[in-house]
Design a protein around this ligand. Sequence first.
Ligand SMILES: [Zn+2]
Length: 236
Amino acid sequence: MAVDESLTKIIEKTVKRAKWKNLAIVEIGDPVLRKKCGKWEGQIAPQTFEKLVHAMRSSMLSKPGVGLAAPQVGIPLAFAIMEDHVAGGRRGGAEGELEEDGHMEKGGKRDEREFAEFPFFVALNPSYKPITSKKAYFYEGCLSLPGYQAVVGRYLDIEAKWEDEEGRERVEKLHGWPARIFQHETDHLSGTLYLDKCITRSFSSNANCQKFWFSPSISKAKKELGFSVQMKSNED
Ligand SMILES: [Zn+2]
């Protein structure tokens, strides 16, 4: 598909307006978050797309967030950006020692969330499939549902597929936290939010999550909020 001139113009304007501030993040309730996104076929002119990605990245980092999908900035096209770092021995409020492979450890115990270095990238037309039926359960949040988090079961290991900005097809096996990020962002592109997959009894404000449930393990939350999890998917 050729460049969509009118869409490019709108985005050029939006990015220009946001120059000294961040892009507005669309919040839950807006229909754009519930649409199946159109396939990315180069509808936004390359120079404008580059500026858009730059603005999306600075918006994501300022929140802070670890991923942002196009519909979250009002664009119903299938692409997302992702980025997470474990450097500095601190990640998402978790403190510990950084192992050589990038995983976190605290008091000799491996952080169960399995954070790993996930350098910035743009994923065009991403998709994933589970490699095993094993799932991991942890709290996660979304910039489109600010102020809340809930426990979501995500495949621990996936085969992630996407196209990069040069149009090359990329396939990678992802594990742990990066696999969770990829699933969350890719789900956005089919109109699915973590809210649709979460354990509703675990739903918590950020403040209460910090106060009561902040731990690499969800066992305390399970016991005190009264929910159980299925560590293996019964979908496959
Ligand atoms: Zn999200």
